[in-house]
Design a protein around this ligand. Structure first.
Ligand SMILES: *Cc1c(COP(=O)(O)O)cnc(C)c1O
Length: 363
């Protein structure tokens, strides 16, 4: 076999392990006792309305899905006040990041991102053998001016995760407006809003107003994986100018979003209560962690997402020790943060279990 040269240099992304696998690895038989707070999933589970819609969809699973997601597109367009041709669905918003790379990246071009931002951007740039320019993030926060300054004639994409995974930090809405206004025409800004539904209201930027005003080179990414609690279905979406959406649609496989995901997403959009409950659980949980961890002498970073970055020291070791106590967090050494772990906010009981286990580990 002769793969292309750069393939052997690609790093394989280390995802949070499924609970089953951890149980097998550590010889636990009670899977239910494991608290997995490693992948920013919604511990409330899916909306009951989405569960009902999925059950109703089962008998039709011999059919291919609607490749154009006609109904979902219309419904979401109404909710967001954009036209249906300004939306594109992906098998998770991850797939949309791959579409962006497919359309815009090749050797000799680059992607600009924050040094402590979502790893998938880095990995996808590598996949297309393009350069990835990683810009320092003071106080774990995107420096929008530094991102603009890092742009070169070869840059095609610049990514801003807001709130950022894994640091939880947000950029000021007015600063993001200025960033978008100053963006050169040859660069597409990806504004990744994977945690939009759980963000504090006062920090929510209105990026869609730029898109509604005809801005071509800005793309917003959102997902049903986090706030909506449907990560297992793999469905996310992009919002952008019809010309940009059209380019991305050209590299999409016809049935990239499955029928079960479309049915669940339709129902989830109607369940306002589920989102409100999720946001309240997350906000209360973040306050709990800030207080409890600070009492343990562990520094945290103020978060606008459903997780918190905690400076426990010896992150990888703390991760391993917690895992032995049936608590799975995420070590942050792959992000150049070896002293930190990332903890997803769960239910109050789960949060308490995490703190209890952490107390033992740090004692
Ligand atoms: C989780 C996450 C995504 C991707 O989610 P999908 O499950 O692929 O929709 C994208 N961006 C960020 C910053 C995330 O944290």
């Amino acid at each position: 076999m002769t793969p292309r040269d750069f393939i052997s240099d690609l790093r394989v992304y280390e995802p949070g392990k499924p609970i089953d696998e951890v149980a097998r690895d550590l010889g636990f038989d009670d899977v239910a006792a494991i608290v997995k707070v490693a992948s920013n999933e919604n511990e409330l589970g899916p909306s009951p309305m989405a569960i009902e819609a999925m059950q109703a969809a089962i008998p039709e699973m011999h059919r291919y899905p609607d490749g154009g997601a006609f109904h979902l597109k219309r419904k979401l367009a109404g909710k967001l006040d954009v036209a249906p041709d300004q939306l594109l669905f992906g098998c998770g918003s991850n797939e949309l990041i791959v579409f962006l790379a497919h359309v815009f990246l090749e050797p000799g071009r680059n992607l600009v991102m924050g040094a402590e931002a979502f790893a998938v951007y880095f990995l996808v740039a590598a996949l297309y053998n393009a350069e990835c320019v990683r810009v320092p993030m003071p106080a774990h926060t995107h420096d929008l001016d530094a991102l603009l300054e890092a742009i070169t004639p070869e840059t095609r994409l610049v990514a801003v995760c807001n709130p950022n995974n894994p640091t939880g930090t947000m950029v000021a809405p007015a600063a993001l407006d200025r960033f978008i206004e100053q963006l050169p025409e040859h660069v597409v800004a990806i504004i990744d809003e994977a945690y939009f539904e759980v963000m504090p209201e006062a920090m929510k930027p209105d990026v869609l107003k730029h898109i509604r005003a005809g801005r071509e080179n800005v793309l917003v990414l959102r997902t049903f994986s986090k706030g909506y609690g449907l990560a297992g279905l793999r469905i996310g979406y992009a919002i952008g100018h019809p010309n940009l959406i059209g380019l991305l649609n050209q590299v999409r496989q016809p049935f990239n979003v499955n029928a079960m995901a479309q049915a669940a997403a339709m129902a989830a959009l109607d369940d306002v209560t589920h989102i409100v409950e999720t946001r309240e659980m997350v906000r209360a949980g973040l306050t709990f962690f800030e207080n409890e961890l600070s009492a343990l002498g562990v520094e945290t970073v103020p978060s606008g997402a459903n997780f918190i970055l905690a400076k426990t020291g010896r992150g990888r070791e703390v991760f391993e020790q917690l895992q032995k106590r049936k608590v799975i967090v995420r070590p942050m050494d792959p992000y150049g943060l070896p002293e930190q772990v990332r903890i997803t906010v769960g239910t109050p009981e789960q949060n308490q279990q995490v703190v209890n286990a952490l107390k033992e580990v740090l004692a």
